[in-house]
Design a protein around this ligand. Structure first.
Ligand code: ZN
Length: 181
């Protein structure tokens, strides 16, 4: 039974990768694996009352840092998952240039995080759900691919987007239900 499920998951992951590679040939199995890990982290953050968004900085298959949104716990307006993960990665590697690292995040980065992503010289960005109200990687702006800035990087949107947006929708529906009680 477990083996069957494992085989089914493996087939599904391979199909997901093949579909995304048609648009972004640089995507690998590792990027998908990191997104799945970020989704689990985001889910855990949601259970702690944070908006469920999480990010992972990785170099090849090595995880350099990971973080979930922690604005409520830290009272930090900049406590977005991407920003926290980038700071941790810089501290761990002992440098602010992260040109050999990629970042996977469950939600489209906002202008603040997209700016930090450009400034950290990341190699590539992979994200899940789009954010039509605040996204800066295709929705409202396209900061990581703005030719006026001094660094550009490839971005893959919509990786596990159904899972990522499902997490957010579930969280907000639950919060509304709680408030109206
Ligand atoms: Zn942000």
């Amino acid at each position: 039974m477990r083996r069957l499920m494992w085989q089914r998951n493996r087939r599904r992951n391979a199909a997901t990768l093949a579909a995304h590679q048609r648009e972004h040939e640089w995507l690998t199995n590792v990027d998908l694996k990191m997104m799945r890990r970020a989704l689990n982290l985001a889910r855990a953050a949601g259970l702690c009352g944070e908006i469920p968004v999480a990010a992972i900085v990785y170099r090849g298959e090595e995880i350099i840092s990971e973080a979930a949104n922690d604005r409520e716990a830290s009272n930090d307006p900049a406590g977005h998952a991407e920003l926290v993960a980038l700071r941790l990665a810089g501290a761990k590697l002992g440098r602010w240039r992260l040109h050999d690292c990629r970042l996977a995040v469950t939600l489209e980065p906002c202008p603040m995080c997209a700016g930090a992503i450009v400034n950290s010289r990341l190699q590539a960005l992979v994200f899940g759900a789009s954010d039509p109200k605040g996204g800066a990687v295709g929705s409202l702006y396209h900061i990581p691919q703005d030719a006026r800035l001094n660094h550009r990087l490839p971005c893959a949107a919509g990786v596990y987007k159904a899972e990522a947006s499902g997490l957010l929708k579930g969280f907000f529906a639950q919060r509304r239900a709680f408030k109206s009680r």
